[in-house]
Design a protein around this ligand. Structure first.
Ligand code: HEC
Length: 321
């Protein structure tokens, strides 16, 4: 429900008032139906309210409540509903009537329901329990695609980027035009001690606070990287950050030729902005903790940090063949 947002910090109160309003609304409907002489039988009213509460908890509340907690809430609300339907003797009789009718099985219809309830349901449950206790010798399959096919477009901060045609606005030559050749030539080289390179020309030195253009954006991307990404992806960009081993899969190693080196820059932009939860189904089951950075960074910051990752590892983004 996008038109009625749950407000962070007020969710519990909002939830209780919404439920209360709905229940009052049901009570009003029930009351006017009863006035019109077509009251809903107590049994179905109770069951209906209970199902409504379960559905509300499952589909309305965000972030999703785990099943175990919903089971507790469901049990508590069932107790509440029992108290309601057994408030007075006539009401309780009214509630029990359909159950007793089925038990007595006086009509063919009730008999049929009784057969289903007493024979088929236990059989189905027994079969289910039997199946789930059968030992299995197969390893759980975990098929996943490390680099799933990207979508054609990705939406970040309300703007749609077409992956085939989008360009990193910071990958520019001194004239300010998109220029992959120029920036490739100013990337840090892949040899030993490359980061201690004597940057003879300041044009290539990201440590120079007065750097301009491409190399200045690399510097800014580096700041973003060391404020946000190095905990996981490591200060050498090799996926060995302080937190890395708390996670499975471990964070991507950008120095490995199998990650950003073989990806288009817009693919990386998509992956960084949407994170693990934005992976398409082929990427699952995959408990990636990679955060969806569009929630934390601006579009410009994402482009800059992506560019920094290429600069630092000395790889060029793959181009569309
Ligand atoms: C909480 C840990 C964590 C943080 C922080 C984090 N990442 Fe990740 N990242 C991961 C994990 C785990 C993976 C591997 C699984 C995946 O691809 O989703 C990953 C994957 C990636 C990939 C995909 C590489 C590929 O080969 O497909 C990119 C790109 C990336 N991260 C960039 C970043 C950037 C940029 C930042 C900072 C803005 C960042 N990550 C911060 C955990 C993290």
């Amino acid at each position: 429900m996008t038109w009625l947002k749950l407000v962070e910090g007020y969710m519990p109160m909002q939830m209780i008032s919404e439920l209360a309003i709905c229940i009052l609304f049901f009570a009003a409907i029930n009351f006017s139906l009863k006035k019109a002489g077509i009251g809903i039988p107590k049994f179905w009213a109770g069951v209906g309210v209970w199902i409504f509460i379960l559905m509300y908890l499952k589909y309305r509340i965000y972030p999703p409540i785990p099943f175990s907690v919903r089971a507790i809430y469901g049990t508590v609300s069932a107790c509440g509903i029992f108290m309601w339907v057994s408030g007075s003797q006539p009401e309780w009789e009214d509630f029990k009537r359909p159950i007793l009718n089925v038990m007595d099985g006086k009509t063919g219809f009730h008999k049929a329901i009784r057969v289903v309830a007493l024979v088929l349901i236990p059989l189905a449950l027994g079969g289910y329990a039997y199946q789930s206790f059968l030992p299995s010798f197969e390893e759980p399959i975990e098929l996943r695609t490390v680099h799933p096919a990207p979508p054609a477009t990705t939406k970040v901060h309300g703007k749609t980027f077409v992956l085939q045609t989008a360009e990193n606005p910071y990958r520019v030559n001194p004239e300010g035009e998109y220029d992959q050749k120029y920036t490739d030539a100013h990337i840090v080289s892949q040899d030993m001690g490359r980061l201690m390179k004597d940057f003879a020309s300041n044009e290539d030195n990201p440590w120079d606070p007065n750097a301009e253009g491409y190399i200045k954006y690399v510097r800014e991307g580096g700041e973003i990287f060391f404020q946000n990404c190095h905990f996981c992806h490591g200060d050498n960009l090799n996926g060995r950050g302080l937190w890395a081993y708390a996670f499975n899969p471990i964070p991507a190693n950008f120095t490995d030729a199998g990650t950003i080196a073989q990806l288009q820059e817009t693919f990386v932009f998509w992956r960084v902005s949407q994170g693990g939860i934005g992976l398409p189904p082929e990427g699952f089951p995959w408990a990636s903790v990679m955060p969806p950075w569009k929630e934390h960074l601006t579009t410009d910051e994402i482009w800059k940090v992506v560019m920094f990752e290429y600069w630092h590892t000395g790889y060029y983004p793959r181009t569309w063949e």
